[in-house]
Design a protein around this ligand. Structure first.
Ligand SMILES: Nc1ncnc2c1ncn2[C@@H]1O[C@H](COP(=O)(O)OP(=O)(O)OP(=O)(O)O)[C@@H](O)[C@H]1O
Length: 646
């Protein structure tokens, strides 16, 4: 058996080991957004609500203040005037009623009621106008607040460490923050409705207290059961949302897999749709079951709340009649008390309802705020040194472990690349090549050891300035839904304009692609958008490889840059690579070992370690992993020797 055949045999042995491994069925698990939302549910109590609501309203108005100060100022002024006119209206009611009652059948005294009736009509009209103005201002502020919240969230996401995406909770927290953005548009409306209700209640309370002070505590007593029922109900709903979070996430994920274009072919040819749909249905049924239980619990709470509120209200009305019957208040005052009590009930209802809405929105907004302030604990927080075009990039005894991983992916790796040099990195799948690229380009930071650019630790560099000196073509490069020009310049054209774009396109073979496009560089490369053009994977790769040729960066990292290319395009790129190196340090990852002959040096990786280093001819002529892989790639005869062509 040849050495190559030995290895093939070993590999089949490894496959047997895998088959013999105990079968363990793992389940998808998601972190709950924020992780501590169950604790937040504990905030849904009357006391904490009373404490929290003012701060929520303050937060809403401070967010609104950031987007439109004038509108916030006018809105608050309208609220105050509306509250005052509400109280004036109620006082005018007493006045008008007492005149009307006193005049009884003597119509000659009716004109005495005119000032009070005029005040009543005036305040009602003013309140109606102010209501319209308040609504218009809220409508103006809501979308602006939402946009501001969204902008802050997106900024926080792009300012987080790349490693954030490897933390299991990051995406969930982002989702939760997104929900916070969605509800942020409701905050101003809810806050202003809450304030309006409060103003109505205060106005009614002032009037009631002036009529007969005892009516005030009675009124407050009537409010308690209604408030408790609303808070309890809201808590039940919120807990149901928490309990169904995992299933709702699974449903979102399945929805995406069912309709995403990239795998739509496999969903069909693998007849996978029924299986995915059955999993979707199972999750949906669990969500419905939990929601049904919550709805039933809420209904029970509402019935008890309504009964208690009814009893308390009867007590208040009874008190009014008692006061009237015992002559403690006049008939006019009793009439006004009726109006004031109705007004108070409306205010109270609003206070509880909008307060509850505001609290719920506040819980989601907390998720948003946590994400914005700390990007789920992953905010980019590195040094401020601005690097120049790097002349020497080095890794010294670098180990790296992915978040939540059980062991290191890289083990004490030493590596360097200099300006003008091309270094190829090779190794088997999973040996750590892409991970090494992420450390070189500062996307990830070393767990131990140090990565330096011209002697300065990458952790001390300003990351954005560093990435302006970096050009990375990853294995899975982005296909931006933009024009061919933007896909090459990445929205950062240089002074030479299209001349530089065309030069870069020539270097990668993208010029042949662009020539066939109906609007040349201006063609929209996005089939999924109306009017866009679809490219083949290889054509896309030519566009992607033109990016580093266009970008004036000091470090060029290419991870399998020609995997989808035909022989002619691949040849063009590798023969042009030396020209691209020029003033750049180039690191190239490839499985096609023939391509490594263009490199000045080859670094061979195995299980996260550098196991060999040297020039192409040295490595293929000395025993070791490189020679082994090279022979496997060259020697298809070994495969036939195993009888596979039978
Ligand atoms: N985001 C991640 N979180 C946890 N582990 C990861 C992550 N990315 C990669 N790994 C692990 O790190 C190891 C090395 O992966 P890496 O992508 O660097 O290998 P590679 O040599 O580039 O492989 P290939 O040749 O297949 O591209 C693998 O075992 C992989 O499971």
């Amino acid at each position: 058996m040849t050495e190559t055949a030995d290895r093939l045999h070993d590999e089949s042995g490894e496959a047997d080991d895998v088959a013999a491994a105990p079968a363990a069925e793992e389940e998808l698990a998601f972190d709950h957004p924020g992780g501590d939302s169950l604790e937040l549910a504990d905030l849904l109590t009357g006391r904490t609500m009373a404490r929290r609501l003012p701060s929520l309203i303050r937060r809403t108005f401070s967010l609104a203040w950031q987007v439109d100060r004038t509108a916030v100022g006018v809105l608050l002024a309208c609220q105050i005037v509306s509250g005052i006119s509400g109280a004036l209206g109620l006082f005018a009611t007493t006045e008008a009623l007492s005149v009307l009652i006193e005049t009884a059948h003597d119509t000659s005294r009716l004109p005495a009621a005119i000032p009070a009736v005029a005040l009543l009509a005036g305040t009602a009209g003013l309140r109606a106008l102010l209501g319209i103005a308040i609504q218009a201002l809220s409508n103006r502020l809501s979308p602006r607040i939402c946009r501001e919240a969204e902008y802050k969230m997106l900024e926080a996401a792009t300012n987080s460490e790349q490693a954030a995406y490897d933390h299991p909770g990051f995406n969930d927290r982002y989702d939760a923050a997104e929900r916070g953005v969605d509800v942020s548009r409701d905050m101003i409306g809810q806050s202003q409705n809450y304030i309006s209700s409060l103003a109505t209640l205060i106005a009614a309370a002032v009037v009631l207290a002036s009529l007969y002070p005892l009516l005030l505590p009675l009124l407050l007593m009537a409010a308690v059961p209604q408030a408790i029922a609303a808070i309890r109900g809201e808590r039940v709903t919120y807990l149901a949302v928490v309990a169904t979070h995992k299933d709702r996430r699974v449903m979102t994920m399945l929805r995406w897999h069912l309709i995403a274009k990239d795998q739509s072919d496999q969903v069909r040819t693998d007849t996978l749709a029924p299986y995915l749909l059955s999993r979707y249905k199972a999750s949906a049924e669990r969500v419905e079951a939990t929601s049904d239980t919550a709805a039933w619990d809420r209904a029970k709470i509402a019935v008890v709340g309504a009964a208690a509120t009814g009893l308390a209200s009867s007590a208040v009305w009874g008190a009014v009649f008692l006061l009237l019957g015992t002559g403690r208040i006049s008939a006019a005052a009793a009439g006004t008390a009726v109006f004031a009590l109705r007004s108070a009930a409306t205010g109270l209802q609003g206070l509880v309802g909008y307060g509850r809405d505001l609290l719920r929105t506040g819980l989601y907004l907390d998720d948003w705020e946590r994400f914005v302030t700390e990007a789920a604990g992953q905010r980019l927080d590195r040094g401020i040194i601005t690097p120049q075009r790097p002349r020497h990039i080095a890794l010294r005894k670098v180990s790296f472990r992915y978040p939540e991983a059980d062991e290191d992916t890289l083990h004490e790796v030493d590596f360097e690349v200099r300006q003008g040099e091309i270094v190829a990195v090779v190794g088997e799948n999973g040996s750590g090549k892409s991970t090494l690229m992420k450390l070189l380009s500062g996307l990830n930071l070393a767990s131990s050891g140090v990565v330096t650019w011209d002697g300065v630790s990458v952790a001390d560099l300003d990351p954005h300035a560093m990435w302006r000196q970096t050009s990375v073509v990853p294995q899975d490069f982005a296909r931006w839904p933009m024009t061919a020009r933007e896909n090459i310049t990445l929205g950062q054209p240089c002074a030479e304009g299209d001349v530089a774009v065309k030069r870069a396109a020539r270097a990668s073979g993208a010029d042949d692609v662009i020539r066939t496009l109906r609007s040349g560089l201006g063609t929209l490369l996005a089939r999924e958008w109306w009017g866009g053009v679809a490219l083949s994977p290889g054509q896309w790769q030519r566009i992607a490889v033109a990016r580093p040729a266009h970008r004036d960066a000091g470090l060029l990292v290419m991870d399998e840059p020609t995997s989808d290319l035909d022989a002619r395009a691949e040849h063009r790129i590798f023969t042009g690579l030396r020209g691209m190196a020029g003033e750049r340090a180039v690191v190239l990852v490839t499985h096609n070992l023939a391509n490594t002959s263009v490199a000045d040096r080859i670094v061979v990786m195995d299980k996260g370690r550098v196991v060999q280093e040297g020039a192409f001819h040295e490595l293929v002529n000395q025993p070791g992993l490189m020679q082994e892989l090279w022979r496997l790639q060259q020697d298809r005869a070994a495969y036939r020797a195993e009888g596979n062509d039978a």
